[in-house]
Write a protein that binds this ligand. Sequence first.
Ligand code: FO1
Length: 311
Amino acid sequence: MITVLAGGVGAARLLRGILAVHPAEDVTAVVNTADDVELHGLHVSPDLDTVTYTLAGAINPETGWGLVDETWQAMDTLRRYGGITWFNLGDRDLGTHLYRTQRLSEGAPLSEVTAEIVRGWELGLTVLPVTDDRLRTMVTIDEQGDGDVVEIGFQEYFVQRRHDVEVRSVRFDGADAALPGPGVLDALAGAERVIIAPSNPIISIGPLLAVPGLREAVEARRSDTVAVSPIIAGAALKGPADRLLRELGHESSVVGVARLYRDLAATLVIDDADADLAPAVEAEGLRCVVAPTIMSGPDEAAALARTVLAA
Ligand code: FO1
């Protein structure tokens, strides 16, 4: 089995590449739920949905989240009333949140609801929430840059403020009491290859490792674990990974990523653009594989998947 630690967009693209070269029935994705948000009385799970929609070939290509061919009639009605409109929920996407919320209200665990949604899109792979318990990334920001800080929810940071604000600290609310979701530890112990997808190390991979037992389970598989750097030439392709690394005292480079993953993965895959930093990565104690890591299309994703599986 191939087990992939996954956040949102970057992980979804690599998973699509993996499914192009490896049987879906033999792939398990352990997905971040700390981006989840309650809005309009609905439970929204962005990373679970981004993975599901991308693998279903139904992702909105412009945004990288939500569904393709989307309409926004419900949002227009909300706007008429002065409702919450800073987080855009398309009419097709709403169907997922209505279903998930109803099933959770019936007492079904998130893992069971996720399996039903994944089955509904006929994906074949196993998608596991990292935990069925409440886990929420909370971000402490310095809004005015004058030293007085406030703690806000992840989506208030990422979407409402367009992550264009300085972060002082990040914590994963609920982590201490969270249990690994059903099948998560087995998926790590039983895999012949564990992959850390090119997701944000702080706010996508970080919450996974914050669930008690997860970090140890990945460390136990270090020799079979391959990580893909989400940082290329010091920058993130999408989202705030580079800023966050710097704001939280890390280096926004493949060496900084190597330091974060040193105890978790024996191999780090970096992009050709960082080939000159391969020795510096190896000096951190990881094997370094240099390859094209920008998944601009399905062929590039499949090629990267082959590299990662062969690493
Ligand atoms: N990201 C945005 O930047 N703006 C949005 O309005 C937005 C809505 C949204 C709705 C459903 C969903 O599953 C994801 C959505 N995202 C939106 C992305 C979301 O913020 C994700 O958490 C990020 O992509 C980080 O994983």
